[in-house]
Design a binder for this molecule. Structure first.
Ligand code: B1M
Length: 212
């Protein structure tokens, strides 16, 4: 089995150790980090989602798969982030209130950092009030919200409303993403941008801040 197959299988089976070793081996062999991510790691999480949908996997299996994914991502991170000397701007990222999915958001953080921005990671289950407070207290240029559940997506709209009510909506650009989120939804709620993936989110920040 090649390294990418081992990584793919390892994530699905939740074997963090095997994933860690195979990612290291793949990098040592010269396989580019984005290729490992796009051709093995992300497809594995998609398959985990499919297994969950057909009731072959339950929450515990999703959790250990997520742990294996995160172990692999930690090995990959230094390769994905090429640290810039002077940060080009500050981006605060969080998964919205009620939502605990953080792998996509973490990946977005890595790619935005890699594009030369400072990232404040607010974590998961981030309330509209917390986003507002961050804009008020820290000099952020962009707020990024992630949601993986159709039931938590409305908290993106609620956060934008809260920013308006606090009078700080114009101080920041707001970008959104996550599996159920669309450009149409972004337009509807008045977000400044949407991206379907992490690399696109980094490009979006560059465009919005005019620092491409
Ligand atoms: Co959950 N889960 N989960 N889960 N989970 C999904 C999302 C689901 C689609 C699975 C399914 O049914 N097929 C489904 C949602 C259905 C829906 O709402 N339509 C679901 C469900 C139902 C649930 C629970 C309700 C299950 C339950 O308890 N009965 C529960 C909810 C908990 C909660 O949040 N309150 C739950 C729990 C969990 C775990 C905790 C076990 C675990 C998360 C662990 C963790 O994140 N630390 C988990 C996992 C792992 C998944 C799946 C399998 C994988 C998600 C993932 O990490 N993908 C997922 C199925 C799937 O997505 N196919 C599923 C890999 C990641 C790289 O992709 O996050 O999409 P993603 O991010 C992408 C893009 O979306 C984009 O860039 C990323 C990379 O390119 N992106 C952005 C993301 N954020 C962005 C922000 C941006 C821009 C782009 O700008 C700011």
């Amino acid at each position: 089995m090649g390294h990418k197959e081992t990584i793919y299988e390892g994530i699905i089976k939740g074997n963090a150790k095997a994933v860690e070793e195979a990612v290291k081996a793949a990098l040592a062999e010269g396989i580019p980090a984005p290729e490992i991510l796009d051709e093995a790691m992300i497809p594995a999480m998609t398959e985990v989602g499919r297994l969950f949908e057909i009731n072959e996997y339950y929450v515990p299996e999703m959790l250990i798969a997520a742990r294996a994914m995160k172990t692999g991502l930690a090995v990959l991170k230094p390769e994905l982030v090429k640290a810039a000397v002077e940060p080009k701007g500050k981006v605060a990222l969080g998964t919205v209130k009620g939502d605990l999915h953080d792998i996509g958001k973490n990946l977005v953080a890595i790619m935005i950092e890699g594009a030369g921005f400072e990232v404040i990671d607010l974590g998961v289950d981030v309330s509209p009030e917390k986003f507002v407070q961050t804009v008020q207290e820290q000099d952020v240029d962009v707020i990024g919200m992630s949601a993986l559940l159709t039931t938590t997506m409305p908290n993106m709209k609620n956060t934008i409303e809260a920013l308006k009510e606090a009078g700080v909506r114009d101080k920041v650009k707001v970008i959104i993403g996550g599996a159920p989120v669309t450009q149409k939804y972004a337009d509807e709620i008045g977000a400044d941008g949407y991206s379907r993936d992490a690399a696109g989110a980094a490009r979006l920040v560059q465009e919005l801040l005019n620092v491409a």
